[in-house]
Write a protein that binds this ligand. Sequence first.
Ligand SMILES: [Zn+2]
Length: 199
Amino acid sequence: MISENNLEMILAYNEEFVTERTFEQYQYSRYPAKRMVIVTCMDARLSEMLPKAMNLQGGDAKIIKNAGGIVTQPFGNIMRSILVALYELGADEVFVIGHHECGMTGLDPELVMSHMRDRGISENTLTTLLNSGMDLKRWLTGFDSVWDSVANSVRIVRNHPLKPANVRVHGLIIDPQTGKLDVVVDGYEQQEVSESPAG
Ligand SMILES: [Zn+2]
C-alpha cells in the first residue's frame, strides 16, 4: 500500500488557497456571532453535519471537540475552554451535543490496551502506568449511554462555581445519519436534568 503524503498534498493545496484569495469568503470575527459555545464529539461525520443541522455558519459558534463530546473534569481543559469562551470571547450560552453511534459508547479499556500492545507499546509501559496511581483503565473507558453522558456533562458545566449565573446550558443528541436533534436538557427550563426515555 502506498502511503500518501497528506502534509505535502495539504501544503500544495494551501498555496493555491492563499494566492487565489479563497480565504476571503471564510473570514469571520473571533467573537461568535450567535454567542454560543458548543462541546461536541470529534467524529468526522459531524464536521459538516452538525453546523448544517443547526443552521450555523462559520463564525457563529465556538466549537470545542473531543472524543465523545464530554466534560469530565470541572477543572480540566474542556471546562477551561468553555470559561474562556464565556468570559473572553463573548459566548453566553453552552450546548453539550453528544451523538448516536459514538465511538466512546462502550469503549473498552482492555480492548484499547490490546490495540496499544499490537502497535508496539510494551507490557512494561502499560504495567508502569497501571501501577502509577493514575487510573489508566478508567481514563480509557467510554460511556454506556450517550443520554447519561450528555446529562452528566451538562451537570458539571451548570454547577460549576465559575459559571456566570445567567448562562444557559443545554444538552442535545444528534443523529449523525439524519442530523436530527433530541433535547436531553433544555437550559431555558431551570429544572433538573431529565431521565433517559429509554430508562
Ligand atoms: Zn463520537
